[in-house]
Design a protein around this ligand. Structure first.
Ligand code: S3P
Length: 171
């Protein structure tokens, strides 16, 4: 275990479909003493609705408020690997929580993301040209994602174990 961690949380950030949850879970298992948490799942359980349902019934702003509250509660725990929703980086207030831990950005090419999220319901990509929309979102968020402590590039050929290896090497 890297000494720079000192028991602090590891927050995964990055676009939808970049593997934050799968890789985060694998990292928590490998580290042994860390628990895995996923802010999207916590939010869905608390709301009793799926994320697309929350977007539809309450809108994005309200979703972002709820997401920030989940981060507040998660940040009170130690020794967690946390997968955050792709838009968690958008609000500056969330960064004061993220920066109490080690922030890891999983960087994946938009074309690879499109293949990975095929068939899943993504409220922000409900447009005739989802790849262009995804690229726009990535461009808007680039600066935020790049505030991470560590950036790990995940290539198309890498599976979850391979991406987890790359993260462990970078920690
Ligand atoms: C979002 C990403 C999703 C989810 C919501 C909004 C975003 O999470 O929070 O649909 O703004 O990029 P994942 O990144 O876990 O898919």
């Amino acid at each position: 275990l890297s000494p720079r961690l000192r028991g602090c949380n590891i927050y995964f950030i990055g676009m939808m479909g970049c593997g934050k949850s799968a890789v985060g879970d694998a990292i928590a298992r490998r580290m042994g003493t860390y628990n895995f948490l996923d802010t999207d799942i916590i939010l869905e359980r608390a709301a009793g609705m799926t994320i697309p349902q929350i977007f539809e019934s309450e809108g994005e702003d309200s979703f972002r408020d709820a997401e920030a509250k989940v981060l507040d509660s998660v940040h009170a725990h130690v020794r967690c690997v946390v997968s955050t929703g792709g838009g968690m980086v958008l609000r500056n207030q969330n960064w004061s929580k993220l920066q109490t831990g080690l922030v890891v950005y999983l960087k994946v090419e938009p074309e690879v993301i499109m293949k990975r999220i095929e068939g899943t319901d993504r409220p922000l990509l409900q447009t005739p040209d989802p790849l262009s929309r995804l690229k726009e979102l990535m461009a808007e968020r680039k600066q935020k994602y790049e505030q991470a402590d560590v950036t790990v590039e995940v290539h198309e050929s890498m599976d979850v174990a391979g991406a987890a290896d790359a993260v462990i090497r970078a920690l």
